[in-house]
Design a protein around this ligand. Structure first.
Ligand SMILES: C[S@@+](CC[C@H](N)C(=O)[O-])C[C@H]1O[C@@H](n2cnc3c(N)ncnc32)[C@H](O)[C@@H]1O
Ligand SMILES: O=C(O)C(=O)C[C@]1(C(=O)O)C=C[C@@H](O)C=C1
Length: 251
């Protein structure tokens, strides 16, 4: 009998499949390698949110302004912004502090045949320079920023945003009501199960994220966005405990 030539798919997320000592989740080389598969199978609505970032960017990108994708990972949200900007003359910047993510993002961006340049910065979004912004995206990034730094970051984004400009903020949220928290978490875990994750994978990833992904309530997000200088805040998408908001600066 010939030996099987079947090779495991290196791009499939099996990172939590075998029993392991709990360590904090990090955006390292192993995560970067499987990230497209991981985020699609873990975040309900991710495959809807990405194309809608293009639609929203198309509505709000102002010629001559900057557009920022903060925590761009492999550039999925950056590319959606690039296509939304189309032929307007904007400066598109993707920022991530994981060198493993930025290295792979360079590759994905080069494969996307489009004339608008993308400038990638391997920097901390808490430090990166922001100016004359019309569209800024934080697609599942703020949740990883330590809570004590979130206010200053959003103030900096709001003050760099031009009148009529927007912030697209997607986050995992928690709920005030224990019963809703329990139900929405169960539904999220069912989504992961339906996407082929085992109970062991779900529980080990949950432990790894416990100290690094710190969700807040929708009310906390909305109040802070308004306090930081956005005049209108709305939820444009929600699936279970994952939401995306649009925060608009008045024109
Ligand atoms: C869930 S991923 C974002 C997914 C991506 N926006 C997308 O739509 O595919 C979060 C990213 O934020 C980055 N990140 C977290 N904290 C950061 C910080 N302080 N500065 C820069 N990047 C950060 C991580 O390295 C990671 O790549
Ligand atoms: O909350 C979870 O269980 C997740 O796996 C979510 C999440 C995220 O929201 O960013 C966590 C880490 C990875 O970036 C992919 C997905």
């Amino acid at each position: 009998m010939p030996r099987s030539t079947h090779k495991p798919d290196q791009s499939q997320d099996r990172l939590f499949a075998s029993e392991q000592a709990s360590a904090d989740f990090r955006f390292d080389a192993a995560v970067a390698r499987v990230f497209p598969d991981m985020i699609r199978r873990s975040v309900p609505g991710y495959t809807t949110i990405i194309p809608m970032i293009e639609v929203i960017t198309d509505q709000y990108a102002q010629p001559g302004s900057h557009c920022y994708d903060l925590g761009c990972s492999l550039g999925a949200s950056t590319l959606a912004m690039r296509h939304g900007i189309a032929d307007r003359h904007c400066t598109l910047v993707g920022v991530d502090n994981s060198p493993d993510m930025i290295e792979r993002a360079e590759h994905y961006i080069a494969l996307d045949d489009h004339p608008l340049p993308v400038s990638l910065r391997c920097e901390d979004i808490l430090q990166t320079d922001l100016q004359t912004a019309s569209v800024t995206t934080l697609n599942f990034t703020l949740q990883f920023v330590p809570p004590r730094h979130r206010n200053a970051l959003l103030e900096r984004i709001a003050s760099a945003t031009l009148p009529g400009g927007v912030l697209i903020l997607s986050e995992k949220i928690r709920f005030e009501s224990d019963s809703e928290q329990e139900t929405q978490t169960r539904l999220h875990h069912e989504f992961k199960r339906a996407n082929g994750y085992s109970d062991l994978e779900i529980s080990q990833k949950r432990s790894a994220l416990e100290r690094v992904l710190l969700p807040e309530t929708l009310a906390e997000h909305q109040q802070r966005l308004e306090k930081c200088g956005f005049s209108e805040v709305m939820v444009w998408y929600q699936c279970f405990n994952f939401v995306s908001m649009l925060a608009i600066k008045s024109s």
